[in-house]
Design a protein around this ligand. Structure first.
Ligand code: CMC
Length: 429
């Protein structure tokens, strides 16, 4: 194959494949005409060289460790704003004016309650169900409760569904937690901010007064900001693919939740904490480092490595600081898990294997320790990720639906199975 100024010659067939420039970041080769002109597909399992769409929402420079939402660095958003401001930015493209912020917060707050019938839906689950299983089901079930916002061709209904999902996700997540520990569901309180309301729904009980610790509420809000969007990751691509068929937004987000559950994606924070617990003490770290490097051992250091970041994950830096703030506020000085985490980080960052492969701690490495200190069980970690990522999924889904060039996503394949053959009757097999 030869390439010259976007003209590719394959097997003596020449195809014009324009190179398209983005505003920043790598250009792409538009291969849409390839199959028509050559009868060949491209092959890229895991999409390591494939841009699946055009987007204006999030930009990542994995080599430099940069993450921008609508152009704004994640560090500035996490330091200066709150989660709902980031939601507005992702959804509408701009930071809100003071009046827009009041209106946006008010609209989210007014949608936090879920249909009372949802309570009964929850009663059908076993108490020991994983809360992510409950989330997949209850988010999908929203389509059965909110018929008036499932028409994707109506911009008003799209926006109502978007606000409903951002608002109701914490309520469903807290219900999943309360159900698992046998406590009554706690209704949302509209005078609390997004994170404090979530803490209240998770940790208050009707027989006692509860006031969310403002340091923990701010830390949780930051965790939500850090997880809000991450361009075309596995769950977001799942949401886009599900949405490309015209499926309703609740079904699409349920598909995103299902994908997020995997340990290579959102499940990594749960897996990272389990790993730290399993390692248990600083003395055992070398054994686990050796296992991570052993080609014949499937073990990987959870919370390390990233498909895109080949430098320190910028979110991990902020998360590391937040972890310390939370532990200090709670008076946790000698946490053995934190000791293991810090030493593991130090060793991995100086080990040639991890340096050569550019494996740095990712956000999940620290978020698990923080969420545990706040009182969340490990099974809830990925659920919190889902609460935060909902706005990213919704923003990406909306962008896709509103794109006039949008069509159903339908990848092709390299078939390596049996060629055509005749059916053999049972008696002759
Ligand atoms: N521990 C040990 N070795 C690793 C690790 C790790 N955590 N991650 C990658 N490697 C090695 C891997 O064995 C491979 O080596 P080789 O080239 O010799 O075969 C090389 O590094 C490249 O790995 P890869 O699997 O080809 O890279 P990928 O881009 O397909 O995978 C990843 C990215 C995040 C799935 C992977 O690094 C991993 O499994 N990490 C642990 C799970 C984790 O922390 N996931 C959270 C990701 S961030 C949050 C999110 O996106 O949800």
């Amino acid at each position: 194959m030869t390439v010259q100024n976007g003209t590719f010659t394959i097997d003596s067939k020449t195809v014009d494949m324009p190179v398209k420039e983005g505003s920043i970041g790598p250009a792409v080769v538009d291969i849409a005409a390839l199959y028509k002109n050559t009868g060949m597909f491209t092959y890229d399992p895991g999409f390591t060289s494939t841009a699946s769409c055009e987007s204006k929402i999030t930009y990542i420079d994995g080599d430099k460790g940069v993450l921008l939402h609508r152009g704004y660095p994640i560090e500035q958003l996490a330091e200066n704003g709150d989660f709902l401001e980031t939601c507005h930015l992702l959804l509408h493209g701009e930071l809100p004016t003071p009046a827009e912020k009041v209106d946006f917060d008010h609209r989210v707050t007014r949608h936090t309650m879920v249909h009372e019938q949802m309570m009964r839906f929850f009663q059908g689950f076993r108490r020991d169900a994983h809360p992510m299983a409950i989330m997949v089901a209850s988010v999908g079930a929203m389509a059965a409760f909110y018929h008036d916002s499932t028409d994707i061709s109506d911009p008003h209904q799209r926006m109502v569904a978007s606000m409903r999902m951002i608002a109701k996700m914490p309520t469903l997540a807290a219900m999943a937690y309360k159900y698992s520990i046998g406590q009554p569901f706690v209704y949302p309180k509209n005078d609390l901010d997004y994170a404090a309301n979530f803490l209240n729904m998770c940790f208050s009980v009707p027989c006692e007064d509860y006031k969310a610790n403002p340091v923990l509420a701010r830390a949780l809000d930051k965790i939500f900001i850090l997880h809000a969007d991450h361009e075309q990751n596995a769950s977001t691509s799942t949401v886009r693919l599900a949405g490309s068929s015209g499926a309703n937004p609740f079904a699409c987000i349920a598909a995103g939740v299902a994908c997020l559950w995997g340990p290579a994606h959102g499940g990594a924070n749960e897996a990272a904490l389990k790993m730290l617990e399993e390692i248990g003490s600083v003395e055992r770290i070398p054994e686990y480092i050796a296992r991570a490097k052993d080609k014949n051992d499937p073990f990987r250091l959870m919370g390390f490595g990233h498909r895109v970041y080949k430098n320190y994950d910028p979110r991990a830096r902020i998360m590391q600081k937040t972890t310390h703030e939370v532990l200090q506020e709670l008076g946790i000085k000698d946490d053995p898990l934190l000791d293991v985490a810090m030493e593991l980080e130090r060793i991995a960052l100086s080990d040639p294997y991890f340096i050569e492969k550019k494996l740095y701690p990712n956000i999940d490495f620290y978020s698990g320790i923080t969420l545990k200190a706040m009182g969340f069980p490990t099974s809830m970690f990925t659920v919190l990720f889902a609460v935060a990522r909902t706005v990213g999924w919704i923003a990406q889904w909306k962008e896709m639906i509103e794109d006039p060039a949008q069509k159903i996503g339908r990848p092709r394949q390299l078939y390596t199975g049996a060629p055509q053959r005749d059916y053999v009757p049972m008696i002759k097999r």
